[in-house]
Write a protein of this length. Structure first.
Length: 213
């Protein structure tokens, strides 16, 4: 790996994609940006799963903020719709037949029965659980100001639902693994960590490490 493997910069993410976690396992520390202007249509409040009709997206609704240029750290979760019930029902429906669903479902359920005020706190709690699954230290810390780090690899806008953004990451090489619906659409890379863990279980960390170039 040719990049500086000491530290890198990430955005927060909801059940982050595989690409995001390759940074966790390949860097001593990651900085999670909380002082950015919150962008729309990113992994910050959405994740991508493998559904019967190809990629299926889950999105955490955010309360509308009256101020302009609201920062990520200030994003509050909306509970005006039963999205928690819907998200968990979708995850259960898509992965109940996966090899490791029964091993991990009890860790997932609390995120859909408890309420978090702030998206950042919610995502950080999810990260704790994911690191436990991967048997890797949670080496993420929040930025104390908007990060201007020219010598630090910056993936805040590279790890993005649009494949055109992902192509800018020369240090990520998706590694195929068996997926629930792959007989229909083949292997779909860079889905949520849920997809990887449900299908690969204890071998998930090895898949992540193999995806680091």
């Amino acid at each position: 790996m040719s990049e500086n493997a000491d530290i890198c910069l990430l955005s927060t993410a909801y059940w982050p994609p595989v690409q995001w976690f390759t940074k966790i396992v390949s860097h001593r520390q990651v900085l999670i940006e909380q002082f950015e202007t919150f962008p729309k249509q990113s992994f910050r409040n959405r994740c991508a799963l493998y559904g019967p009709n190809c990629v299926q997206t889950l999105q955490v609704p955010i309360l509308k903020n009256d101020t302009h240029n609201a920062m990520t750290k200030d994003m509050r979760i909306s509970y005006q719709t039963p999205w928690q019930k819907n998200h968990f029902s979708t995850i259960r429906s898509l992965y109940k037949s996966s090899p490791y669903f029964d091993y991990y479902v009890d860790d997932i359920l609390p995120f859909y029965t408890q309420r978090f005020d702030f998206l950042l706190d919610y995502n950080n709690a999810i990260l704790d659980v994911c690191c436990k699954w991967l048997k890797t230290p949670n080496n993420a810390v929040l930025t104390t100001d908007y990060a201007h780090t020219p010598d630090c690899p910056d993936y805040r806008n590279i790890i993005h639902p649009k494949p055109s953004h992902q192509a800018n990451d020369e240090h990520f090489v998706p590694q195929p693994y068996t997926q629930v619906f792959d007989e229909r659409f083949g292997f779909i890379p860079n889905l949520s960590i849920i997809d990887l863990v449900m299908n690969c279980g204890p071998e998930s960390r090895d898949v992540l490490k193999e995806g680091v170039k």
